[in-house]
Design a protein around this ligand. Sequence first.
Ligand SMILES: Nc1ncnc2c1ncn2[C@@H]1O[C@H](COP(=O)(O)OP(=O)(O)OP(=O)(O)O)[C@@H](O)[C@H]1O
Ligand SMILES: [Mg+2]
Length: 378
Amino acid sequence: MNNKIVVLESEKESAELIKTYISEIEGLELDKIFDDYDEGLKYSTDTIPHIVILSATEDTERNNKILNRLADIKINVIVLSENYTTNLVIQALRSGAKDFISKPIIKKDFIASINKCCKEIVKTINKSNIISIFSNKGGIGKTAIATNLAVEFARQTREKVVLVDLNLPLGDVTTFINIKPSVTISSAIENATHKGAEAVVNACKQYKNTSLYVLAEPIYMEESHTMTPTHIFKLFEYLRESFSYILVDVGTNIDKMNMKILELSDLILLVSIVNLPLIRNCQRCLDLFNNLGFDDNKTKIIINRYLENDEIKIEDVEKVLNQKIYWKIPNNYFTIMSSINKAMPVCEINENSNVTISFSGLASKLTEDIIAKDFISQ
Ligand SMILES: Nc1ncnc2c1ncn2[C@@H]1O[C@H](COP(=O)(O)OP(=O)(O)OP(=O)(O)O)[C@@H](O)[C@H]1O
Ligand SMILES: [Mg+2]
């Protein structure tokens, strides 16, 4: 049995997404993507790939004709469609489709569908993990968590880690960690249109002598205005080629850009503080993620500035959110402020402080869970 996949898809963004998903599946090879279906059908009947992914068009008769032809020669066909109705699914399956996925494509569904077609050769892997640190309220510790966690990831795993400041329009990672990059995100993306992945990777500045790199925020607010969700997609694609862990400091807005970042993330650390309005906000975010079709396992709640004797107990927060708290970071204003003022991670300020120990524990729990694939792309 060969391991080739041919894709018939005329929408560019969807084709790119399929390409990324396939690249994360060990044992399968993306052969070709066609936006011309006749050409794609001819190529498939000549080469007999193991799987054809057919993005259905409005022309049902033509879809069925392609499907029948491919099914006749025993090719596994996965049909994609924006139009998810029971009738359409039944029709596709009757015409010989092996499976049906609705658009927008969710990675988990995609992998499950591929698995149906070739259980024996597919082993899902993640070459790298995108971990986004998010909250829809500002000032609650996203950057403190993102920077210190990134330092710990690099220290513990010794793998290449990149901290990306996507808190647009004005991020603040470089105020937490003393680094002076010559190129910022927006120029890296601009250069990438000509020079590809190399431009993005070269823009990541190494932190001291460690395996941590930083892709810094734009210097001027207006620089970020030219960035689009497609740029984000490309940026992650390039970073995935070089880094094992990609940590993203995300902005607070619920907008297209941030939703794209979260959608493309393997894991979201949703940061909150134990206070009622923020917990309510956190609940709203969880509802939103659910409506967007994110896997329940993808979002982990991190409580920052935790106080043992807080009036509101963690159990109460868990009850309200109907989810376990993944990690609690203690309140330690003195160490955090000292680290910000000196632009150093907390481990360089005081390796025995409770926040240093907490960031270290969080990094090791996350890496263990990622290795155990407890939540990533299952
Ligand atoms: N664990 C902690 N203990 C005590 N204070 C903390 C802790 N974490 C963060 N802080 C305080 O909260 C402030 C805001 O933190 P930070 O800048 O990381 O938040 P943010 O969510 O990134 O904010 P923004 O939305 O402005 O980017 C810090 O200046 C620090 O004073
Ligand atoms: Mg910040």
